[in-house]
Ligand binder design. Structure first.
Ligand code: URP
Ligand code: ZN
Ligand code: ZN
Length: 480
């Protein structure tokens, strides 16, 4: 297959620019951009053919993007493929999950390798490499979940950074599973202040939440909606505040994952106003869904059980504002799908046994485009929060997250006018429900290139498991 592609006539949108330009791709990378219709753009094909004539057979591929957007492939910095949780495993494998990601216009994921208590970081990371290698349709990288902070683990953090795993998630929630106490968190933060790593925090006060869970169950409150009631916004805000101050004491940067409560966002905004290196991510489920979904009858609310939990609708406006004002910088999915049948059902009669997590890796780019249509964010901000900033936050820019000479040719041709209805009947994630069943959106992925190779071609899957490769990362590019 030829290694040369020209994308003609589209509107190229990056985090910084919108230009009508043709894009030349050579050997998997962006080689050049030139304003459409100019001699410079004509020259992309002219050197191999008569001016204006179609290029000769075998020359390469020309993609007509007239009337379409040409955008960088999405970077989803928060996924959990095959993650063990609550006695089961997230239903998407790296094969099914990365294929679904591609269908949704995402060309890079950063998944979380897991250190189990009593095991080393190395064992956890090796296990995740084994799951992913040879199976991915798109490129992938890893964060590391640190569940067991001890002197050996702290030393291992330095080694992982050298291998391109430069961010470490800690949990203030889930006592007895992933939980770290304040001392363990402080030690990991002190280490990251020295080695350049970035601590990613699941900020919920899990010790207090477990008390409220026990009390709720004792009162007979067993339905999914109580998951949202015990995991209180104030307990997210309190943990967010504590994480910020621990990071400040350690002199370390901090990235707070899956922010859902406006009170937690206020803590982030205050810290940023103070000049601290504190960053925040939210997810589409917190922008488009609410406690109304958790309260759906007949145990349907279990489909929406995730942590941090969905919040009352009023929080959504604060999150959109945070995205506009850059108090929140990234939208990731926290894709962690469990089938309703057989998995979510483990918690029938006891909400605390419902596996936490929701599907979404296929939906993020479309939902955020809908946010453009709805007037919440601009087109360039869409690309910034979904492509460029996650790439820069996690040390992959400009290889990923933009369309510029030298970047990997991870490119999506996006039809901004196509209408779609989200549904489990048509999605490609390996899960038996859609969190957005029946939702109408405007805009749809048409063609996806990963390092110049077509993964989706005019809405046909043309990729292959094993095309995607491990992508080592540098440290957070907002700090240097
Ligand atoms: O409910 C969630 N978010 N499940 C995935 C694990 C996590 O905390 O990110
Ligand atoms: Zn989490
Ligand atoms: Zn997560």
């Amino acid at each position: 297959m030829s290694s040369r592609t020209v994308i003609r006539g589209g509107l190229v949108i990056t985090a910084s620019d919108e230009i009508h330009a043709d894009v030349l791709i050579e050997d998997g990378r962006i080689a050049a951009l030139a304003a459409s219709g100019t001699p410079a753009a004509e020259a992309f094909t002219a050197e191999r053919s008569e001016m204006g004539a179609p290029p000769p057979e075998g020359w390469g591929r020309i993609i007509d993007a007239t009337g379409k957007y040409v955008i960088p492939g999405g970077v989803d910095a928060h996924t959990h493929m095959e993650m063990p949780f609550g006695g089961t495993f997230a239903a998407d494998t790296f094969e099914t999950g990365t294929r679904a990601a591609a269908w949704g216009g995402t060309t890079t994921i950063v998944d979380f390798a897991v250190q189990s208590v009593g095991r080393t970081l190395r064992e956890g990371l090796d296990a995740w490499h084994d799951k992913a290698e040879g199976n991915c349709a798109i490129d992938y990288a890893f964060h590391m979940i640190v569940s067991d902070v001890n002197p050996e683990t702290l030393k291992e953090m330095d080694l992982l950074i050298e291998e391109g795993v430069t961010s470490f998630k800690q949990f203030m929630a889930y006592p007895g599973v992933f939980y770290s106490d304040d001392g363990q968190i402080l030690r990991a933060m002190q280490r990251s202040a020295e080695n350049g790593g970035l601590i990613m925090m699941h900020a919920e006060n899990g010790i207090a939440i477990d008390v409220l869970v026990e009390q709720a169950l004792a009162r007979g409150e067993r339905d999914p909606r109580y998951h949202g009631e015990v995991r209180k916004a104030l307990l997210e805000a309190e943990a967010t505040h504590r994480a910020i101050r621990l990071a400040q004491v350690a002199g370390a940067p901090l990235y707070v994952v899956h922010v859902s409560a406006q009170e937690a966002l206020a803590e982030l905004a205050r810290a940023r106003d103070e000049g601290l290196n504190v960053f925040g991510e939210t997810c589409p489920q917190y922008l488009f869904l609410s406690t109304d979904n958790l309260a759906e009858p007949d145990f349907e609310g279990a489909k929406y059980v995730c942590s941090t939990p969905l919040r009352p609708k009023e929080h959504q406006a604060a999150l959109w504002k945070g995205l506009r004002t850059n108090d929140l910088q990234v939208v990731s999915t926290d894709h962690c799908p469990f089938c309703f049948s057989g998995q979510k059902e483990l918690g029938r009669g006891d909400f605390s046994k419902i596996p936490n997590g929701m599907p979404g890796v296929e939906n993020r780019m479309d939902l955020l485009h809908q946010a453009v249509v709805d007037g919440h964010i601009s087109r360039r901000r869409w690309i910034e929060i979904a492509c460029a900033t996650p790439a820069r936050m996690f040390g992959m820019y400009p290889k990923k997250g933009t369309i510029a000479p030298g970047a990997d040719a991870d490119v999506v041709i996006y039809d901004p006018h196509a209408e779609q209805i989200m549904s489990a009947d048509t999605h490609h994630m390996n899960v038996d429900y859609s969190a957005y069943e029946g939702k109408r959106t405007t805009g749809r992925v048409e063609t996806v290139l990963s390092r110049g190779e077509p993964v989706i071609t005019e809405r046909e899957y043309t990729g292959r498991a094993g095309h995607g490769v491990y992508t080592p990362r540098s440290t957070c590019q907002y700090l240097n």
